[in-house]
Ligand binder design. Structure first.
Ligand code: NDP
Length: 337
């Protein structure tokens, strides 16, 4: 059956302006990091993407290395794009990134012009696209001059292969520097993509900016948007691990992640936060998403989902975004500083 998008797709969820740009993003966006590689059946991927778009999620976030194996998420997305979403290209914001290891040798990672521009070409080929909406430097490279990395982003935009430039996981000081260079080049930076959740609050600072300026303060002042990745702490901030480790969950696929994060102390925090969510009539996943969106500088919460049910649970967060001061204080007690 050819896919026909739901007619009421723009009636469900709110859109927020990305910093001081003209671009709006859905308050929840969908990332294709772990659940869209060759280890996930294509029909599952298709169902999640279709449901997301039918519910108004216009932004899909990728990177060159998403899979597993690296590159397969873009390849699979390209197939679904061709089969399902081609008529809707102008309604979609598709992003990709380069920065982490994609292939062996000196040109397969970090921030050189050589790597970024060839990687963007390869991403476009895998996805079967003429352009992406946002091209990111995936991480700051301590050994490449920032002028070179930002020059590559500028080139990507000028060549028409990307509409906007973004940076991911840059510190506040590096962010200010990068944004300044891009401004001089005439390609404003659109967005910053940092990790942010109740278990990871580094963006709130203090950061390495002047007088300890935090990332949120820096991007707020510079007029960039923020898209918060892993707002569910990769699934920890849901109820899924409260009664053991379900088969097929991320914790079973990544034992080292499980050992590092799924500790008794963390589970105690999860239980307490789950009780707060219940008192609000929400799931813990919904509480976690609403919590990152409580700051208006955050444009979008960038979630992952391994099923349609998870996606629907997450999007329902958007029906209750307000918090009382007491609720926020209670969350602070159990969140990680
Ligand atoms: P999340 O914190 O949203 O974790 C997603 C995982 O949580 C899912 O795969 C699923 O785990 C579980 N989950 C999601 N919803 C629910 C629910 N309602 N109930 C129970 N469990 C749920 O985000 P990710 O870590 O997946 O990252 C999201 C996106 O952010 C990525 O796809 C990518 O686009 C981006 N990202 C960017 C990075 C960067 O460096 N810029 C780094 C990491 C991510 P399970 O699979 O176990 O079912």
């Amino acid at each position: 059956m050819p896919y026909l998008a739901a007619e009421d797709r723009y009636d469900s969820i709110p859109y927020r302006r990305t910093g001081r740009s003209g671009l709006k993003l859905p308050a929840v966006s969908l990332g294709l990091w772990q659940n869209f590689g060759d280890t996930t059946p294509l029909d599952t991927q298709r169902a999640i993407l279709r449901r997301a778009f039918d519910l108004g999620v216009t932004h899909f976030d990728l990177a060159n290395n998403y899979g597993p194996p690296a590159g397969s998420a873009e390849k699979n997305f390209g197939r679904l794009m061709a089969e399902d979403f081609r008529p809707y290209r102008d309604e979609l914001i598709i992003s990709t990134k380069a920065g982490y290891k994609m292939f062996d040798g000196p040109y397969g990672e970090w921030g050189s012009r050589k790597y970024l521009l060839s990687s963007l070409d390869a991403s476009l080929t895998r996805m079967g696209l003429d352009y992406v909406d946002i091209f990111y430097s995936h991480r700051a490279d301590p050994d490449t001059p920032l002028e070179e990395t930002m020059g590559a982003l500028d080139q990507a935009v000028r060549s028409g292969k990307a509409l906007y430039a973004g940076i991911s996981s840059y510190s506040p000081a590096r962010t200010r520097e990068a944004v300044g260079i891009l401004r001089e080049l005439g390609t404003p930076a659109l967005i910053h993509q940092p990790s942010y959740s109740m278990f990871n609050r580094w963006v709130e600072g203090p950061g390495d900016g002047a007088e300890g300026e935090s990332l949120l303060d820096a991007v707020g002042e510079l007029g960039l948007g923020v898209i918060a990745f892993s707002p569910l702490a990769q699934g920890l901030l849901t109820s899924k691990y409260l009664n053991g480790v379900p088969e097929g969950s991320r914790a079973t696929k990544a034992p080292s992640w499980r050992e590092g994060f799924l500790t008794d102390e963390v589970l105690e925090r999860v239980r307490a936060l789950n009780a707060i969510a219940e008192s609000r009539g929400q799931s813990l996943a919904q509480l976690a998403i609403a919590w990152v969106l409580r700051d208006q500088r955050v444009t979008s919460a960038l979630v992952g989902a391994s099923s349609v049910a998870q996606l629907e649970d997450n999007l329902a967060a958007l029906t209750k975004l307000d918090f009382t001061a007491d609720e926020l204080a209670a969350i602070d007690e159990h969140a990680v500083d």
